[in-house]
Design a binder for this molecule. Structure first.
Ligand code: PFF
Length: 449
């Protein structure tokens, strides 16, 4: 055990922080647009399948590893499997954190701009076409997307500098429940819009002809991204959890809360997509061109728009701090750099990558690699490759490298549940790695099923 490490102070604090990491732009911005691009209901079913089969057990595994080692993602592997190549999984996680944080901050910057627009009553009276133009004008600019991205990154770093209890835990505890309430209010408005049924059908009625190898990989990637899995974020947070905590129920609650918010976001968005004739496959702009239309159609729209975007910024913040924490925990514990220095240095590095992301819809839109802008490339590589691959390695590590007794002790801490452990262990040893490997091979075209 390492001495005087910071930690979470209460059970609610742990759940709020892990749920804070999981719930973010991934649920409200990414989930609806990726689902829209991948044909709707069938994607949704695949996504749910992956959450239950792989997501929850993997979240439990990551929490367990972190709690057992009480170290950052890299240090956890080094401690549990000294003198092996396994710590490389931790390094891969740190690399993924840089990539994700860079495009995440760019999108979070857009939410800051939309918050300002909400303050200025900037949506009122605009038609769906005008709202679309407003979005395009903004993201194609070369100044504001960058400025907002940097402001967001600065806020993230300012919280991370303050440390685990006084920074991360304090904020997430209050803000997550408020977010839930506001989305439910939005849902009520959305499902009472004329034509809402079509949107709900799109979301919930699976059309399996829409499933392709790539769709399945996208669903897996989205499940990982949304639950913050495969890159050591939950290992890092797990290292701040004490042995009294019942990890099984924590992992399940966090995953369920995350899924609930994604579904509620889908229910808010798709009825409106169809009611206002927006294309469901509009891509990353989907939320930004859809929701302002709903706000206009509801009493108190000004107030709700403002509240929603403020909360979206906050949801993004509670996730971005977990991403930065992966990097900072690594720098402080392994490279012995002070927390302050580590935070500002890594923040600045992310800022540079963030500029590439933030300009990807403007001046850099034609600078592509593999046909993808920096923004798309960072997103695709991290969500669809690094996270599932990291997840695959983590399941193999827990299933084959660690001794079963050590995993059992790690999962259970001071309280055990025999039967559930058996189910969990079977999944982590056999089902999850095989499923992830299948999806990979399938998307590479090596294996067809
Ligand atoms: N889970 C976050 C979201 O859904 O917005 C994003 C994220 C955070 C991904 C942390 C990965 C991560 F490690």
């Amino acid at each position: 055990m390492q001495g005087n490490r910071d930690s979470f102070s209460s059970r609610f604090g742990v759940i709020a922080a892990a749920a804070g990491s999981a719930i973010g732009l991934g649920n409200i911005w990414r989930f609806p647009y990726v689902l829209g691009e991948n044909g709707g209901g069938a994607f949704f079913l695949m996504y749910l399948f992956f959450i239950v089969l792989i997501g929850i057990p993997l979240m439990l595994t990551e929490m367990t590893l972190g709690r057992s080692a009480q170290r950052n993602a890299y240090g956890t592997f080094k401690f549990l499997a000294p003198k092996t190549g396994w710590p490389a999984v931790g390094i891969m996680g740190v690399a993924a954190a840089f990539l994700i944080l860079s495009f995440y901050s760019a999108v979070a910057g857009w939410t800051l701009e939309y918050t300002l627009q909400a303050v200025k009553n900037g949506f009122t009276g605009k038609t769906p076409v005008e709202l679309n133009a407003m979005y395009n004008d903004f993201v194609s600019g070369s100044v504001w997307p960058v400025v907002w991205m940097l402001i967001f990154l600065f806020l993230t770093a300012a919280i991370v500098v303050a440390g685990v209890q006084k920074g991360i835990e304090k904020y997430t505890k209050i803000l997550m429940p408020v977010l839930l309430v506001i989305i439910i209010i939005l849902d009520i408005r959305a499902i009472t819009l004329p034509g809402a049924g079509e949107g709900l059908d799109f979301l919930f009625k699976p059309d399996f002809s829409k499933l392709s190898a790539n769709t399945v990989l996208e669903a897996l990637g989205q499940a990982f991204f949304s639950l913050s899995l495969g890159m050591g974020t939950i290992i890092t947070y797990g290292s701040y959890i004490n042995r009294k905590e019942r990890l099984m129920s924590t992992a399940a609650s966090v995953s369920l809360a995350d899924t609930l918010i994604a579904v509620l976001a889908g229910v808010a968005i798709f009825p409106a997509v169809f009611a206002f004739n927006i294309e469901p496959d509009a891509g990353p702009k989907l939320v930004f061109i859809t929701l302002p239309n709903i706000f206009q159609q509801m009493p108190g729209g000004y107030f709700f728009a403002l509240l929603f975007f403020v909360l979206l910024v906050i949801a993004a913040l509670t996730s971005s701090i977990s991403l930065l924490e992966v990097i900072v925990a690594y720098f402080t514990e392994e490279l012995k750099i002070s927390r302050k220095k580590a935070t500002w240095l890594s923040g600045a590095t992310v800022g540079v990558l963030g500029v590439l992301s933030a300009l990807s819809y403007g001046p850099l839109k034609d600078n592509t690699l593999f046909d993808k802008t920096a923004f798309d490339l960072f997103d695709y590589v991290s969500s669809n490759i690094l996270l599932p691959f990291g997840g695959l390695l983590i399941t193999i590590f827990a299933g084959y490298i660690l001794k079963k007794a050590a995993v059992k002790d790690g999962v259970e801490g001071e309280s055990g549940h025999e039967k559930l452990f058996k189910v969990y262990y079977f999944i982590i040893k056999f089902l999850a790695p095989v499923a992830i490997a299948f999806v990979f091979l399938n998307s590479l075209g090596i294996l067809k099923f």
